[in-house]
Ligand binder design. Sequence first.
Ligand SMILES: Cc1ncc(COP(=O)(O)O)c(C=O)c1O
Length: 431
Amino acid sequence: MGVQDQYRDYVMTGFVKRIEPVVVDHGEGAKLYDVDGKAYVDCFAGISVTNAGHHNGAILEAAKAQADKVVHACSYVYYVPVVGELAQKIAQITPGALQKTFFANSGAEANEGAMRLAKRYSGRREFLAIESSFHGRTYATLSITGNSGRKRGGGPYMPGVAFTPTPYCYRCPLGLERESCGLACAERVREVARLHLSGECCAFVAEPVMGEGGIIVPPDEYFTAVKKVLDDEGILFIADEVQSGFGRTGKMFAIEHYGVEPDIVTMAKGIADGWPLGAFTSRPEIADAFQVGDHLSTFGGNPVSCAASLANIEFMEQVDLPGQAAAKGDELMARFRDLMRDEPLIGEVRGKGLMIGIELVKDRESKAYATAEAGFVRNWCLEHGLLIGVGGNFGNVLRLQPPLVIGEAELDTVFTTVAEALVEARKGVAV
Ligand SMILES: Cc1ncc(COP(=O)(O)O)c(C=O)c1O
């Protein structure tokens, strides 16, 4: 029985339109190879995970060495050295006074735990989140996710959640222009907190660069303005860095671009270059609000994942991977912005570092969502040896999120293949 038949008969897949027709054999750097030996430039990194590249030697060695010692002991029942070492390292690389970390296994679990901690610390129970956000697939994280496509069939969701307008200048939900808007979307945070909730808001949860929503980059001053509102109202700020963390945007954490210090940072994905690990980190006085019995995870802080994560962070520091992502991303975005002169399908090119979104529109006047075209481009690229993602609430944003180690020639392949695919998409050629 082949793997595609096994998937059809034995794997639950009803929640995806399709599994991409690539049978993965192995990876190396920014490339994936299928079982027939065909190479693909991987411009999606397993949804923004393998930031330090596939098959990274130093990370593999660290994980193997740990596996040779112990794979699992339960890091919240016994002391495990690598867990302490990683927590200390995370305290060094996270912004400001963030210091104490809880280790989980995924992004959703990290956000869920951070929400629990915020409730414990503040004694309040309600949350603010942003429309078009995505925070995970568990009950609480779907409750703060502003995307009905992800929530369908799972409601009713948690009460005590209110949503603020997306800081999405290309399609401002308030119908304003950036030059004259006075950052009304940030000021709306105050009104929503006061008018939609009952005065019990414990935290505002936000992605510093919104991933699943279509690589939406808030205006530079947005988080400073929101933080002022949050401080005025006594509301904590949880920065969801699950997708934007670990060098992806050109800084170790994307919130550093804005000069704002969150109260809690959540992370996963790029934290261990592919080993499953999630985490949230906060200032000690917040972290210490947990009471006996409040929280734990059997697998959380798995020693092998933690060893991989520690080596991953050391690798990032040694080769300045965030700096590399910034330079490579700037160059790639500049090329796509130049292409806009000849390519009417592109409505906007945006992003930070190697977290890049190319929003496709039927025409720039109407900005009608070019959803079918985006799907076409993804399929055409796959046929031609390039893996990319598609996102946005209407599926019309191409997502370029390669391993940050991607080389110059591979970046050139990304540009030329996507550019060609856009031309083909305009011709309406079916793949
Ligand atoms: C910003 C953000 N938060 C949370 C999650 C959920 O992470 P996980 O799939 O590891 O649970 C994701 C996943 O895409 C994400 O992008």
